[in-house]
Design a protein around this ligand. Sequence first.
Ligand code: XMP
Length: 516
Amino acid sequence: MSDQSQSLPVLDFGSQTAQLIVRRLRELGIYSELLPHDAPEAQVRALKPLGVVLSGGPASVYAEGAPQMPAWLVEADLPVLGICYGMQLISRALGGVVQRPDRHEYGPASITLSAAHPLFYETPTEQLVWMSHGDRIEALPAGFQALAANAATPFAAIGDDARRWYGVQFHPEVVHTEHGRTILSNFSFRICGANATWRPAEFVAEAVERVATRVGPDGRVICALSGGVDSAVAALIIHRAIGERLTCVFVDNGLLRLGEAEQVIATFREHFQIPLVAVNAREEFLSALEGVADPERKRKIIGEKFVRIFEREARTLDNAKFLAQGTLYPDVIESSAPDRKKGVTIKTHHNVGGLPPDMEMELVEPLRYMFKDEVRAAGLELGLPEEWVWRHPFPGPGLAVRIIGPVSHERLETLRRADAIFMEELRNAQLYRATQQAFAVLLPVQSVGVMGDGRTYADTIALRAVTTDDYMTADWARLPYELLARISSRIVNEVADVNRVVYDLSSKPPATIEWE
Ligand code: XMP
């Protein structure tokens, strides 16, 4: 799929961290994609690989039905790095012996290098790695030598320099492997001879080209702008590809934060010459949500309403045939591998993808091959203002899922003002970017307080701030007490009807980031 002149594809044998390998390689400036382990040779070759990485995986190489080494790869003159299961596959495919020892090795471990080797260039003789394996290699295939070992794993790293095939029993892609990044870098640059060419200007240019090809010389596109970084970057890429044949639509659903709608519209118009239709649908959303307390019903109502309004606007826009969607590469990976199907639905996230098929629009997905950090880098490259690039994500259903219980004008107003104080103080403390998401939640709990000489019986605001890499798991942010004290004091003094502020100390799992 890529027009890149070089890449290091990762073949996916099912490890939870396979996607991370791709990310790490991209961070090094090398284009990579995650492909199924049995991808046809032509598909891998189309990426002009300088080498191939075999991911880890949950299987045992001798188990019935276990994914095997692609036969074509054994014959190909390409460097290979096998990680964990990938290394055991190398061993099995080339005549070594893999066995299941009594003891699994899992977690941090120390390994010792046997001798200096390009794969471990600029890393110490003793180093900490992250192991996670059941099987291990007992005898090496011909031509291979041990590059590192420890007591539990005699072949912690192996290599055949003539063939340029290497294997590591640990996971260099996870941060717990101290020198993992250097090891991946050594494989890429020293062994495969890659150059770091995957840079923002490069991936923007590639996405622009892809959009231009997809939309053709006279297709028109509409793009729903949400205020978040993804839809803005998608719009800028499309605009660069097709100019004024793009129209953006911003729907103000009345569930946005203080001054947000005005700010998004003004900033966008100020910085970019892209037609923007702003729709004020506040009352429509609010009346549809009246009296609704169930979170999933709220999401459904908001999703559907959005679709209807969007459809209505789209019909007035001279026959746009294409609809832009901000699908990111991790979504593509998740949905393309059958064995990676998501489990139970915890929350039905709504986005424009829920549009009905009778809308007869085709999708354009300019971010389809990008990770979130690449989207941000692309945003900077395209001139998106810094504050926009680094904005925390905001859920589609907006403040409706941060007001526990029914949504009303009054409760929206209360939450907006509390949230604005929280954000202002967080920014003043220079901690906005140190947290990946932070917001206020309005609880359906009134409690007794005392203000002046009087008793109050008023609302509770919960403050939520998290640190996370991927929003799949998260930890609560250790914000300084002084900051929390200032925010709390300002909220109870400045926001009518709030007399109590609490701080959420839950991680995800078992909690989620949002409260609904
Ligand atoms: P949770 O609460 O599931 O959130 O830990 C993970 C991330 O997803 C965002 N989120 C949503 N985004 N529509 C969205 O577009 C939704 O319905 C929705 N629910 C949660 C949440 O803000 C966090 O970034």
